[in-house]
Design a protein around this ligand. Structure first.
Ligand SMILES: Cc1ncc(COP(=O)(O)O)c(C=O)c1O
Length: 235
């Protein structure tokens, strides 16, 4: 079972009770849990992040993290995987992974030196996620852009650096996320990821990142609304 919370692409932060139920399901069916918590410290408005490892007892749990997101150092190419829960049956598997890590997937040594400083140092991400911080303000610009839009809805992201807006199909029945992403890029010079690239079975969502500053994000929403207005005139 794969769990990603805080989530890319939706920005969901799964509540503890939901995670408890997922863990119970995995334990009941003897599934290994892989939980990607690389956005663990990126939460908004008091959303509670729960490390899945704290809930797992009776199956193997692998927790992924790294320097790319919370520490904004994706170029360092440093990540890690830690195991917890029921490890007795997984000794050989972990040994195999250890060999693979040493021979093939080893992070560069200089990058590894950054880990202690990152984890033990000043947690500057918290300045970005609180009111007035860059990510918080851009998230507010996204929510405002959606509020003003005639076509868009969104579940406010509670964590990570993404939002996953949807288009109201009663207003734009022929909307297609792939076509929108291409036309938005070619005609309005804005890059979004179509929802179907994350394997969702519907075609009316897209992912945006919270990385631009809030002014740029307001401009992005104006450009998207222009294109959606054009679609509305044709639908
Ligand atoms: C959930 C999740 N895990 C891992 C990564 C990848 O991180 P890295 O840059 O370390 O490959 C991403 C990047 O978008 C991500 O969204």
């Amino acid at each position: 079972m794969v769990i990603i919370s805080p989530n890319n692409p939706t920005g969901a932060v799964y509540p503890r009770e939901v995670l408890q139920e997922m863990v119970a399901l995995a334990e009941k069916h003897e599934l290994v849990i892989f939980t990607d918590e690389i956005y663990d410290q990126i939460t908004y408005e008091g959303a509670e992040y729960t490390p899945v490892a704290t809930l797992v007892k009776h199956t193997l749990c692998g927790t992924f993290s790294g320097l790319s997101k919370v520490y904004r150092s994706c170029g360092f190419r440093v990540g890690w995987l830690s195991f917890s829960g029921e490890k007795d049956n997984a000794r050989e598997y972990m040994l195999g992974l250890d060999t693979l890590m040493s021979l093939r997937l080893c992070s560069n040594v200089v990058g590894q030196w950054a880990v202690q400083t990152a984890l033990g140092g000043y947690q500057s991400i918290l300045d970005l996620t609180k009111p007035g911080g860059r990510l918080f303000q851009t998230r507010a610009a996204v929510l405002e852009g959606v509020r003003r839009s005639k076509y868009l809805t969104v579940l406010p992201p509670r964590g990570a650096i993404y939002a996953f807006p949807g288009v109201d199909l009663t207003k734009l029945p022929s909307f297609d996320d792939q076509k929108f992403a291409i036309e938005l890029l070619e005609r309005k010079h804005v890059l979004v990821a179509p929802g179907t690239s994350f394997n969702v079975p519907y075609r009316n969502h897209f992912r945006i990142t919270l990385l631009p500053d809030e002014k740029t994000m307001a401009d992005v929403f104006a450009r998207m609304e222009d294109l959606l207005d054009e679609y509305a005139a044709l639908d």
